[in-house]
Design a protein around this ligand. Structure first.
Ligand code: NAD
Length: 496
């Protein structure tokens, strides 16, 4: 019997009715471990109707009640972090320590949302006009949907759901069909935390479910994280249907290393950020820009580290880098190494020939030097353990390279020169910047988001901008006049 992974509707698992499923694999062995249900438009409509009814009641729950549920969910998430991490590793393949890191960063978003009474506070102006007060309120939108990628099956749903639910919405999650089980664990924790049925829904599915959510009149807003072509299409389709949309896309993150940087520190950072999670992070460093005469020393230092990386099953505590998500993706990543070599890049370390465990979707770490901006290894998001080194003579050359790239998710500069770092932070056209920090994912009380083809929409995700996204403002102008003073006045109201 194959394990069947269901939806989660009205506080309980719900078997799919569409008859369509998608296989789920253990990337470390290549074995097919389960089938996940794929929702059709009717199942989407039924789940949204349930969420709509739940949203109506949930928005009436007091702020302290909502906050109490968030606190309870935080405790449960913390207590069940091991199980969640193991579930992530079993379907995604990332090593356990990385899966724990993902849960920890997701937890931060829940902790932020615990402060919802403070987050949705409005403003109040007494005596805005004579005997007139004006105040602002932030109200939930109703039913909001989240469509999430395979690479963070717990953290990205938490980026969205924590604030959406805290603000009084019902949240419908459409997780990646490649690693769907973490979503069900989260759903069960929400239930145990006391969240009313229907406020957190999981609809497993693919494009069919996404299209139905995008067209559904009762879905008020859509948060999306995934690849750029899909992000763009979600943004265009969702806004055409009158929804609020924030759609985060792909990335090509540059790490600029100035000639004065500490070579070992920069090499450690490049290897950690380039090959962690086998490069399947939207904030992974995929391009190292070596400025001036540091190039040879830096390439040598990175190359020296690669044979020492322990590649193996994510569940093995000794492994540092796990497999890729699928056989197709592994082959696609490997084909880029060949394309880079054909285009004239120097293959310093070739991951295709590395010794890796048999059976799973493994690929060794690759280092390509003397990559130029016209090569596909530079222009495309590879999303695998392939690090490209581009060389430039000057700081300005490095800055121009970063700013000319169509992606603008994250970037980092490595230097000991504070003035140069300050200048980079000022000039670079990228949403998230690290100064001697290779993966500058903002803490939960800031917001996460890139620029250009890395984000469609105008609000970043989580943090204060997440609260703005999941609420709409209302301004009330109020007075309590003495009826005896009432007159007809056709003039336009002024405040003086
Ligand atoms: P993906 O775009 O293939 O899928 C993302 C989600 O969209 C999934 O739920 C999937 O089922 C759905 N989907 C896929 N194709 C669709 C279509 N044609 N129409 C409607 N829905 C569709 O992305 P992925 O492979 O799961 O994730 C990797 C990508 O996500 C990378 O490009 C990575 O950079 C990006 N990512 C970005 C961020 C960020 O914050 N900017 C974070 C994580 C991942």
């Amino acid at each position: 019997m194959t394990t069947r992974i269901p939806h989660w509707i009205h506080g309980a698992p719900a078997a799919g009715r569409s008859g369509r499923t998608s296989p789920v694999f253990d990337p470390a062995t290549g074995e097919r471990t389960a089938e996940v249900d794929l929702a059709d438009a009717d199942e989407v409509a039924a789940a949204v109707a349930d969420a709509k009814a739940a949203a109506r009641a949930w928005r009436s729950a007091s702020l302290s009640k909502r906050s109490a549920v968030l606190f309870a969910f935080r405790e449960l998430l913390h207590a069940n972090a091991d199980e969640l991490a193991r579930t992530i590793t079993a379907e995604h393949g990332k090593v356990l320590s990385d899966a724990h890191g993902e849960v920890a960063r997701g937890l931060e978003n829940v902790e932020f949302a615990c402060g919802v009474p403070e987050l949705v506070k409005g403003g109040f102006s007494e005596q805005a006009a004579t005997d007139v007060d004006v105040y602002s309120i932030r109200q939930p939108l109703g039913v909001v949907a989240g469509i999430t990628p395979f690479n963070f099956p717990a953290m990205v749903p938490l980026w969205m759901a924590a604030n959406a639910i805290a603000c009084g919405n019902a949240f419908v999650l459409k997780p990646s069909e490649k690693d769907p089980s973490a979503s069900l664990l989260l759903a069960d924790l929400w239930r145990r935390a006391g969240l009313p049925d229907g406020v957190f829904t999981v609809l497993q599915g693919d494009k069919v479910a996404v299209d139905a959510l995008l067209a559904h009149p009762d879905v008020a807003a859509v948060s999306f994280v995934g690849s750029t072509p899909v992000a763009r299409s979600i943004y265009e389709t969702g806004t055409r249907h009158g929804k609020r949309v924030q759609a985060l896309g792909g990335a090509k993150n540059h790490m600029v290393v100035l000639p004065d940087a500490d070579v070992d520190l920069a090499a450690d950072a490049a290897v950690s950020a380039g090959y962690g999670a086998a490069g399947e992070r939207c904030m992974a460093v995929s391009v190292v820009v070596a400025v001036g005469d540091i190039g040879d020393r830096l390439v040598e230092a990175i190359a020296a580290r690669l044979p020492k990386l322990r590649i193996g099953a994510g569940a093995d505590p000794d492994s540092e880098m796990g497999p890729l998500i699928s056989a197709e993706h592994r082959d696609r990543v490997a084909s880029y190494v060949g394309a880079g070599a054909d285009a004239g890049a120097r293959v310093v370390v070739d991951g295709r020939t590395a010794e890796v465990p048999a059976g799973g979707f493994f690929l060794g770490a690759t280092l390509l030097d003397r990559v130029t901006p016209d090569m596909t290894v530079y222009t495309d998001e590879i999303f695998g353990p392939v690090l490209c080194v581009v060389r430039t003579d000057t700081y300005d050359g490095a800055l121009d390279l970063v700013n000319a790239n169509r992606y603008a998710n994250g970037t980092a500069i490595f230097t000991r020169d504070g003035g140069a770092a300050r200048r980079f932070q000022f000039d670079v056209e990228v949403g998230m910047v690290g100064v001697n920090v290779p993966i500058p994912v903002p803490v939960a009380y800031y917001s996460f988001g890139g620029w250009k083809a890395s984000l469609f929409g105008d609000t970043h995700m989580y943090g204060p901008e997440g609260v703005t996204f999941y609420t709409r403002g209302k301004v009330v102008t109020s007075r309590w006049p003495d009826p005896a003073t009432s007159t007809v006045d056709l003039g336009f109201p002024t405040t003086r």
